[in-house]
Design a binder for this molecule. Structure first.
Ligand code: ZN
Ligand code: ZN
Length: 110
């Protein structure tokens, strides 16, 4: 006696994953063509974004950087040559400050 073979039915009721294909779009900013990759499309779909990107990566990056505030710099007088010293930090009154040229010179002199 042997059992009836159990038939395993292969059901395909589950939704098949959407196939994404690279798509070439035109940037509204610079007019260059750029690729909206399958990976990016999957990412967009996952996030629920329905809009396609309007700009190429370069323009998006440029926009991102444009929104960043410029780095704060301070202008001081170089203690060495009396020239203009641009500093990325606020100069303290009791410490000498140097312009980049003098700073380099001093560092190399060591
Ligand atoms: Zn562009
Ligand atoms: Zn100097």
């Amino acid at each position: 006696m042997y059992e009836d073979e159990v038939k395993v039915e292969e059901t395909e009721t589950e939704a098949a994953p959407v196939e994404f294909q690279d798509e070439t779009l035109v940037c509204v900013e610079c007019g260059n063509e750029f690729v909206f990759t399958a990976g990016e499309q999957a990412f967009y779909a996952e996030k629920g974004y329905t809009n396609k990107p309007k700009r190429c990566k370069a323009c998006r990056d440029a926009k991102k950087n444009a929104n960043k505030p410029p780095r704060q710099t301070y202008v001081a007088v170089c203690s060495e040559c009396g020239g203009e010293a641009i500093l990325p930090f606020e100069p303290s009154k009791d410490k000498p400050v140097y312009c980049s040229a003098c700073f380099e010179k001093r560092r190399n002199a060591r």
